[in-house]
Design a protein around this ligand. Structure first.
Ligand SMILES: Nc1ncnc2c1ncn2[C@@H]1O[C@H](COP(=O)(O)OP(=O)(O)OP(=O)(O)O)[C@@H](O)[C@H]1O
Length: 317
């Protein structure tokens, strides 16, 4: 059955190479293809340097693709050149960063930080309207209206991330790229910020790309998950399915490295070691749909092995 959900973002064979042709050439993203549907959260996981941030920044149109395409609402970003279209795009796509301390200008008052996008896009009728919009936004993210005249250093890490979220929401975006938005926060605060993001998504119909290295947190917020390794997508599927029934060895190794709180289970946990050199055998690999909506980066003669795994998990007959 054809998937009838609307695709907001489409990556089609995206390549991003830095310093092409030089001795320090880095193929940060290689042949990545996936769609992000309107209203969903797509979680992107992988270890440091796997290319997650590069994908996020490419979707923000901060990097030009070396190869392939990125479509936003069906339009090729590379062809988006007219000023009014570009500014509409820049409004529609916002980013939330890992370290709220580093991403907020500490010399600016909260109201001016939050209103940055309002000012750039001329979204306030006058000063009073601007102040009201800022206060409403602070309330929406769970802060106090009269926090607007304070400075970022007067807030905790979790509150600063809420300021970052208010700043992103100020321009009424459709799509938010959250790059490790909770990694710098205390564990006790992480769930609060994730819950706020979920609540905002429901109320405002937002679509998220949620980037993280911690698969267990990504699983909680995501509808679907893409796993990256060395610039390549190796597995894509529904969040629960990728988490509970990983098919690719790299995903299995990521999951088996997460400690289990139950000491008896933890004692028996055998971490799976992934041998990345297996990928360097020169064989042609593609994303193959092994089970419905569950794709694995596989060579022709590996398909049967993945199908067998999927069968053992009860994903296919
Ligand atoms: N502007 C750049 N110029 C050159 N190389 C870059 C640039 N940005 C990223 N890279 C390289 O591209 C690769 C992918 O980096 P990227 O930041 O996308 O990974 P990541 O998965 O987001 O890692 P992290 O979790 O550490 O942010 C890395 O080898 C990185 O060093």
């Amino acid at each position: 059955m054809a998937d009838e959900r609307k695709k907001l973002v489409e990556l089609k064979g995206l390549d991003i190479t830095f310093n092409a042709g030089k001795s320090n050439e880095t193929k940060a993203v290689q042949n990545a293809s996936f769609d992000i549907y309107e209203g969903e959260t797509f979680g992107l996981v992988g270890e440091s340097g796997s290319g997650k941030t590069t994908i996020g920044r490419a979707i923000m149109k901060l990097y030009e693709p070396t190869g392939g395409q990125i479509l936003f609402e069906g339009e090729d970003l590379a062809k988006l050149k007219k000023r009014n279209k570009l500014s509409k795009f820049r409004q529609a796509v916002q980013m939330i960063f890992q370290d709220p301390q580093a991403s907020l200008d500490l010399r600016m008052k909260v109201k001016d930080i939050v209103a940055e996008g309002i000012d750039v896009n001329h979204l306030a009728k006058n000063d009073a309207d601007r102040a009201k919009q800022v206060e409403d936004l602070l309330e929406i993210v769970g802060l106090n209206r009269d926090h607007s005249s304070r400075y970022p250093h007067e807030f905790s890490g979790g509150q600063r991330q809420r300021i970052g979220i208010a700043r992103a929401l100020a321009v009424q975006p459709k799509f938010i790229i959250a790059d490790e938005p909770i990694s710098a926060l205390d564990v006790s605060i992480q769930a609060q910020v994730v819950n706020l993001m979920k609540e905002l998504q429901q109320k405002q119909g937002l679509t998220y790309l949620f980037i993280a290295h911690d698969l267990s947190m990504v699983k909680y917020i995501s509808d679907r998950i893409g796993v990256m390794h060395w610039g390549k997508m190796v597995e894509i599927g529904l969040a629960d399915e990728v988490y509970n029934h990983p098919l690719h060895d790299y995903t299995r190794s990521l999951l088996s490295s997460i400690p289990v709180p139950d000491p008896t289970v933890e004692e028996q946990r055998v971490p799976i070691v992934y041998d990345p050199t297996a990928e360097l055998d020169g064989r042609d690999r593609q994303m193959i749909e092994i089970a419905p909506q569950h794709f694995v980066w596989a060579a022709e003669d590996e398909i049967a092995m993945y199908q067998e795994r999927a069968r053992e998990f009860g994903l296919i007959d």
